[in-house]
Design a protein around this ligand. Structure first.
Ligand code: 89Y
Length: 345
């Protein structure tokens, strides 16, 4: 397998898990890191033994583009397009964290820029790679619950999310971009593309700028009715963070993904219980276990595409459809109307 070399742009909170995730895989090597604050880049470089440190991304690309295969962009969303354009201009493949861009137009431009530059573009969208979500998909695809007609996908929490990621409190558009990007992508992964959607949002925590509660009701192109609900204002008897819970109903039964990665598969013969726990890598933060573990699977899928071993799931082109859902949901909430997704944007 070809050994691939890459640089990380942005060394904030998430980068240490992203880099640790890469180190679980063979034939990939981190050569250089950039951060606008050099001391922070230096700390991360020292932690992971990365030889080159920069606080100027142009200089990094000038010095290393020739030896690199891709960049992994882990900066704030507002600079995703800037760094994507710089990397594409240097002829490098791009991986970018979710959400891809700060609006649909910018995300579309990022996809176009990479296509025109002839470089591959991926979004690091990891929720669909969670062990429990993969298991849920496998149960649905097995046919045991028959033909799916209705689903509820839920991410409701009271976790102190702003402690580790204070910038989230500053976002004018919060939960649909942060968690909605993931949850709506999970809906696409499980049930296919969306025909129409209707969304309502509210803000409960007045110390943050954006909405922290959203409900998105969707009719999928295949007729499945799906409701996605998300909240960071939910004080519940059992805190679920960062687990996604689900109930999927079909003509022959149902599957409930509940706390602690338990799946209850019910038919008229009874309920079969299975568990799909994440791999507990030694470096992961246990408060984020299922999310951090899925970084490895998402990276593995993208790496194999970069090595010419098949297509990745979360290409920029694919993820553009998730971004479209996020902004269609905002538009629906703003106008209090049903949006036909294919004609949005
Ligand atoms: O930023 C979010 C993500 O991608 O996963 C969970 C999170 O860290 C907080 O909502």
């Amino acid at each position: 397998m070809k050994n691939l070399r890459f640089a990380v742009l942005g060394t904030g909170f998430w980068s240490t898990y992203q880099i640790a995730g890469w180190r679980e895989l063979d034939s990939v090597e981190l050569v250089a890191v950039y951060n606008r604050t050099r001391t922070r880049a230096g700390q991360v470089a020292e932690q992971f033994g990365v030889p080159h440190v920069y606080d100027d991304a142009d200089e990094l690309l000038r010095n290393h583009a020739g030896e690199l295969d891709f960049v992994d962009i882990i900066t704030d969303v507002d600079t995703h397009a800037l760094f994507t354009e710089k990397a594409a201009a240097a002829g490098l493949n791009v991986i970018c964290q979710k959400p891809m861009g700060p609006n649909l137009e910018t995300a579309q431009r990022m996809v176009d820029t990479c296509r025109q530059a002839g470089v591959q573009f991926f979004v690091h969208e990891n929720f669909r790679w969670q062990s429990s979500i993969r298991k849920l998909k496998a149960v649905i695809d097995s046919g045991v619950i028959g033909e799916v007609f209705k689903a509820q996908i839920s991410f409701c929490s009271g976790f102190a999310v702003f402690d580790n990621q204070p910038f989230l409190a500053e976002l004018e558009q919060f939960i649909l971009t942060d968690i909605g990007s993931h949850i709506l992508d999970v809906c696409r992964f499980l049930f296919g593309e969306v025909n129409t959607l209707y969304c309502q949002t509210t803000r409960v925590n007045l110390r943050i700028k954006g909405e922290d509660v959203a409900i998105v009701a969707m009719t999928m192109q295949n007729g499945i009715i799906c409701q996605a609900e998300m909240s960071y204002a939910s004080i519940l008897e059992k805190e679920a963070f960062p687990q996604t819970l689900a109930l999927v109903e079909g003509s022959l039964g149902s599957v409930r993904l509940t706390h602690d990665f338990v799946l209850n598969i019910t038919t008229r013969s009874g309920t079969d219980t299975q568990t799909a726990s994440p791999v507990m890598y030694p470096w992961l933060d246990r408060a984020y276990a299922v999310v951090h573990a899925s970084i490895v699977d998402c990276n593995r899928n993208i790496l194999s595409a970069l090595q010419g071993q098949g297509a990745a799931e979360t290409t920029g082109g694919d993820n553009l459809e998730t971004v479209r859902l996020v902004y269609a949901a905002y538009e629906s909430a703003r106008t209090n109307s049903v949006i036909t997704v294919s004609s949005f944007g």
